[in-house]
Design a protein around this ligand. Structure first.
Ligand code: ATP
Ligand code: MG
Length: 410
């Protein structure tokens, strides 16, 4: 196995264009640094339109796994570095190809790029010069300059020459936080964590809000949400989780006896609380895991009546996704196994037999106006909100030892 010296991280097209570039690059750079804290030997270097991670002996595959989570980075290539002189380049290129243990008839091409113009051979000449010894040593390989299986890049720079051929897809999207902040309504289900990841991938910083009906809902259900937020924090670095006491409101809404509208009423109350929390935390939007038509509360008609409870943008990243697609994403980002644990959510406690799929806004508003003290209860839920700071697993433990500012640990 070849020992790689460095990783080359590329930005997406959009991120590197225009006047936003310095801001995007800075955000991606700090995200890279924050995800690599547990690899003390790596050095992170920014270059024009790229980031280099010098490994200094750290294991490339583990570092790559971390870096695949950096939003705004479209691909990663592990790089072998070699002295910039012809002899070293030719011998290292041959060893590089040999180390790939390619099958018979595999096609390759060499794509040399002379970045350092004082190097005595042109890019074109280098393509030929590098291919020669490879073909001599690996006689089972063939050259195909149009559609090769392996494209060996040789970047000739003054200080070193970079050899690489692998291009590993990364998260893409926009660097974290470059599109502002939103509050994610995080339930214990499959959808909302995926919605949160999608929002982060679009460059949104997120804070999570979870409504619990303790003691109707168990501590286990809360722990599950904390674990979900922890997984999201692997992508977002540090994430806040606001735990909102929802029992009184839920009980009062259930007291209206409007069984078929109870979910609509609860969702509206959640949005109103979330809007206030967004205001307090300088977030400009709410994010939910709604998917059109998935359940009664997610028909267009329900979404309309529920959505009117807030006056800030309500983002629903999964609105047009199929459940299968959402499940697949949940598996990829690592939230699925947790999401399917069977702990009750505050809403599942009051699931009506026949929830309304076509609620009427006027009627819903009238019912709300008839709930005594609803406004006060919403205020009280906001003031009773407990905020946790969630960090990826490894750091949680360390910080806990240091007895840090955390309100509460699990
Ligand atoms: P999920 O899988 O995200 O729970 P779902 O398909 O089960 O979604 P609902 O339970 O109707 O759908 O919830 C719709 C959305 O409302 C959720 O995606 C989430 O954003 C929000 N939500 C529901 N319950 C809660 C809760 N207890 N705390 C915070 N947000 C919630
Ligand atoms: Mg749910």
């Amino acid at each position: 196995m070849l020992q790689y010296d460095m990783l080359l991280l590329r930005f997406g097209e959009i991120a590197i264009k225009g006047k936003n570039r310095p801001r995007f690059e800075k955000a991606a750079l700090s995200h890279v640094k924050s995800l690599l804290r547990s690899f003390p030997n790596v050095q992170v270097v920014k270059d024009f339109g790229r980031i280099y991670v010098v490994l200094n002996g750290e294991p490339s595959s583990q570092v790559i796994d971390r870096l695949k989570n950096v939003f705004g980075i479209t691909s990663i290539s592990p790089v072998k570095m070699v002295d910039t002189n012809l002899e070293s380049i030719l011998s290292a290129a041959t060893t590089f190809i040999q180390s790939l243990a390619l099958e018979k008839e595999t096609t390759f091409k060499v794509s040399a790029r002379r970045v350092w113009k004082l190097f005595p051979y042109s890019s074109h000449e280098m393509n030929r010069l590098v291919s020669g010894p490879i073909l001599n040593t690996c006689q089972h390989l063939k050259v195909d300059v149009h559609n090769p299986d392996v494209d060996l890049r040789v970047e000739i720079r003054e200080k070193a020459t970079y050899l690489y051929c692998e291009v590993i897809p990364a998260a893409g999207g926009f660097p974290l936080g470059t599109n502002g902040k939103a509050m994610l309504l995080l339930s214990g289900g499959i959808d909302s964590p995926v919605a949160g990841w999608s929002a982060m991938r679009r460059g949104l910083e997120i804070e999570c809000i979870h409504f619990h009906s303790y003691p109707f809902t168990s501590k286990k259900a809360e722990e599950k949400v904390i674990e979900l937020a922890k997984i999201l924090s692997r992508y977002g670095g540090q994430i806040k989780l606001h735990l909102v006491p929802f029992t009184d409101i839920q009980t009062a809404l259930a007291g209206t006896g409007q069984e078929s509208l109870i979910i609509t009423l609860m969702r509206r109350a959640m949005l109103r609380i979330a809007t206030i929390l967004a205001d307090h935390n300088e977030a400009l939007a709410l994010v939910t895991g709604d998917s059109l038509g998935q359940v009664a509360s997610q028909t267009l008609s329900s979404m309309n009546v529920i959505g009117r409870a807030t006056d800030i943008p309500l983002l629903r990243p999964l609105v047009m996704s199929d459940k299968n697609e959402i499940i697949q994403l949940a598996q990829t980002i690592g939230t699925y196994d947790l999401s399917i644990l069977p702990y009750e959510d505050c809403c599942t406690l009051f699931v009506p037999k026949s929830p309304s799929t076509n609620p009427n806004l006027g009627i819903v508003e009238k019912i709300e106006a008839g709930v005594p003290g609803l406004e006060d209860m919403i205020e009280k839920a906001v003031t009773g909100t407990e905020t946790l700071v969630i960090k990826p697993d490894d750091e949680v433990r360390r910080k806990q030892d240091e007895d840090m500012i955390q309100d509460k640990w699990f």
